[in-house]
Design a protein around this ligand. Sequence first.
Ligand code: G3P
Length: 225
Amino acid sequence: MNPILLHMKFFIDTANLAEIKEANNLGILDGVTTNPSLMAKEGITGEVNILKHYVDICNIVDGPVSAEVISTDYKGIVREGEYLATLHKNIVVKVPMILDGIKAIKHFSKKGIKTNCTLIFSAGQALLAAKAGATYISPFLGRLDDISANGIDLVGQIRHIYNNYTFDTQILAASVRHPMHIINCAELGADVATCPLKAIKALANHPLTSSGLETFLADHAKGNS
Ligand code: G3P
């Protein structure tokens, strides 16, 4: 376990403002991640609308908000990322795990611009992104599970590697699909889990909690009738 971990952060993985507000109102939300697919799912298209949407999200949650570049060449990633970073102090520039992305992450790191290296599927990719100075790396758990690999094992492997050194890069577990992913991430010491609202809310459920509460309320009603 990383001795400098103070607490596990919960991000919500959506561009849906109502869900972001609901999670934020629970009082346990630390940040937001988005990607082009999540933006498209909410019908947010066109540069002006997309940029405005990032600002809207930043105005709801006081924490890091990942905004993804769509350029795939170094100059384009740098241009886009530097602009995204001007939108709000909490913007984290999300950069794909490609060599031009690594080079751009190094550039952003030198300029003090926070980054999230996305589409991480191997320990080697996580090591490279940490070397470049990424603020966060996003291993995609669910998508590894989808191809009969083990997403959680990758989180453990990256944690082990980072703990051998003094990398500041935080492990941001992504493509989280269910509450056990979140619990397994916590067991392994992931710094952050970015989750759908449904998976966060499911952490609260237990049948013995429901039946126990029902009994308490029924007994109270009997005693007071
Ligand atoms: O954070 C990445 C996430 O949005 C991808 O999730 O479920 O499409 O693999 P999923």
